[in-house]
Design a protein around this ligand. Structure first.
Ligand SMILES: [Zn+2]
Length: 140
């Protein structure tokens, strides 16, 4: 009983620590989020209302909240369904807005998204998760 109480006490201390850590992270991201929201509001005034409406509709319907995704490993970056080469060419030509036939998200090429050539982006994603995992482990 005493032993378990001791363990419980320790776990609660851990929990407190983690909660503090989490609050810190939340407040950090909140500031950033507010900044981005302001920026988005400003940019929205410069977009044709009809286009903005359809963009918002796409975003609302997408599970991850992304209305625009870039082509990743020959697939849609939102739903990961394969995109035929001809369609990828159309996307790269940037002549018209092309949406994914599976999920309806707007697709752009990685360069337009500010990502360096196809593969790098897919390599970068796991790195951040690894960092997080390491951080979480070291905190335990
Ligand atoms: Zn898709």
């Amino acid at each position: 009983m005493t032993k378990n109480e001791h363990i419980l006490e320790e776990r609660q201390k851990d929990l407190e620590g983690k909660k503090g850590e989490l609050d810190e992270i939340i407040s950090e991201t909140k500031q950033e989020e507010e900044k981005l929201r302001d920026k988005a509001k400003e940019l929205e005034t410069k977009i044709e209302p009809r286009l903005l409406q359809s963009f918002k509709r796409i975003r609302k319907n997408s599970r991850n909240g992304l209305g625009i995704v870039y082509v990743q490993r020959d697939a849609c970056g939102g739903c990961f369904n394969k995109i035929p080469p001809q369609r990828q060419l159309d996307i790269r030509s940037r002549k018209k807005v092309i949406v994914c036939e599976y999920c309806g998200r707007i697709m752009i090429d990685p360069e337009l998204a500010g990502v360096q050539a196809g593969h790098k982006a897919t390599e970068e994603a796991p790195v951040t998760t690894t960092k997080r995992a390491i951080r979480r482990k070291s905190a335990e």
